[in-house]
Design a protein around this ligand. Structure first.
Ligand code: SAH
Length: 381
């Protein structure tokens, strides 16, 4: 497929130069450039979130999302009888809205709050500023907040991780199965335009990839070395010093073959190659591979829950009732709409999953295997 652009952007010029110098680039290198390049990349150059941006995330839909994550953390710390300083790390904090809502809940425990330090792993200078603004009140009240370019810079020690729509932004490689085995999908040039192509891949031709059936011609395999390396480090830290992680993303477990790479601009799908650096590029997250990567670090993952199951188990409907109590009709409508967006099966409720990483068994509520799936009335696990 070839994409012609009417106006050539500096990002496209740079990609052309790179490809002419070094040859076609992998889908992973294309994603890393489009999303993360300091000069041309999508995240470092803008705030893409919200109604006027390109896409909206659960914390931006309603304060209830972050409040219920805060409630989960509070319960975890109470039930695990955690003592000493509390270190909370968020990966890819966006506008800082999730952390703002979490911190508001944690501030109810005055003494514990004084021991809390927050570490935000964020590469975008624009979003860092938004996070600073969102947390200004908490910082003024004495909360320690530090920013890091990567998880490598976060000090070791007992830690809790949270993240929403972070793993989906990390680069994936794609492979296509054909008559002579696997070939890697790459992006090269057709004239002056970007175009997909294939190059031989060094993948084992006979073995099925972990967790998948033997491939048939036409199958597409996505793997994310970057995502897995990061997840393994999260697992290693939790296994070494204690703690837990809670991550939300769209994706599934078990996983299958297929091309899930997508580009979104102004709340609509656009061509992946059309405007490099100007659209959000994501893939669905393979939660089985993510769980295996956490496990390689030494931790376990209880069965993944849907976002709906997690939020309903944490009291979404009760919180919505409290917020709506005595409110005018327009506010009540807004709250009802937010509940539907966050937990409705046709909206974020089922396609988004919640995964918990922990060094203890059973996992913490509602990942303890006893939770009733409120969204369909079946026990989970
Ligand atoms: N969690 C937020 C934002 C999701 S968008 C929300 O739910 O609203 C993805 C976030 O991850 C952005 O903050 C983006 O700047 C950040 N990000 C993307 N790639 C990253 C990387 N490699 N390292 C650190 N942060 C990254």
């Amino acid at each position: 497929m070839t994409v012609r652009t009417d106006t050539d952007s500096p990002a496209l010029d740079r990609l052309r130069t790179l490809i002419r110098q070094n040859g076609p680039i992998s889908v992973a290198d294309y994603m890393a450039f489009c999303l993360g390049d300091r000069t041309h990349g999508y995240y470092p150059t803008r705030d893409p979130l919200g109604a006027s941006g390109d896409f909206i995330t659960a914390p931006e839909v309603s304060q209830m999302f972050g409040e219920l994550v805060g409630t989960w953390l509070r319960a975890l710390w109470a039930s695990w009888n955690v003592s000493g300083p509390l270190r909370l790390v968020e990966l890819g904090p966006g506008r800082g809205t999730l952390m703002q809502d979490v911190v508001r809940v944690l501030a109810r425990d005055g003494d514990r709050f004084a021991e809390l330090s927050v570490h935000l792993v964020e590469t975008s200078p624009v979003l860092r500023q938004n996070q600073k603004d969102a947390l200004a009140d908490a910082i003024a009240r004495g909360l320690s907040v530090r920013w890091h370019d990567s998880l490598d810079d976060v000090p070791d020690g007992p830690v809790q991780f949270i993240g929403n729509e972070f793993f989906d932004a990390l680069p994936v490689r794609q492979f296509v199965f054909g008559a002579s085995g696997w070939a890697e999908r790459v992006i090269g040039l057709d004239g002056d335009s970007l175009a997909f192509g294939l190059r031989p891949a060094g993948l084992d031709h006979t073995a099925a990839p972990p967790g998948l059936p033997p491939p048939v011609p036409g199958d597409i395999l996505e793997i994310s070395p970057a995502r897995e390396a990061l997840a393994q480090d999260v697992g290693r830290r939790i296994a070494a010093s204690g703690g837990a992680g809670l991550f939300f993303d769209y994706g599934s477990a078990p996983w299958g073959y297929g091309d899930t790479l997508q580009a979104v601009q102004r709340h609509a799908y656009v061509d992946v190659l059309a405007e490099p650096g100007e659209a959000d590029l994501t893939t669905h997250v393979d939660f089985s591979a993510l769980a295996r990567a956490f496990a390689r670090g030494g931790t376990t993952c209880p069965p993944v829950l849907t976002q709906a199951d997690f939020l309903l188990a944490m009291g979404l409907l009760e919180r919505a009732g409290q917020l709506g109590h005595g409110a005018d009709a327009a506010t009540q409508d807004m709250i009802r709409d937010a509940v539907e967006r966050l937990a409705g099966p046709a909206q974020m409720g089922h396609v988004f999953k919640a995964i918990c990483v922990t060094d203890r068994e059973p996992g913490p509520y509602p990942f303890d295997g006893k939770t009733v799936r409120k969204s369909d009335g079946q026990p989970s696990g």
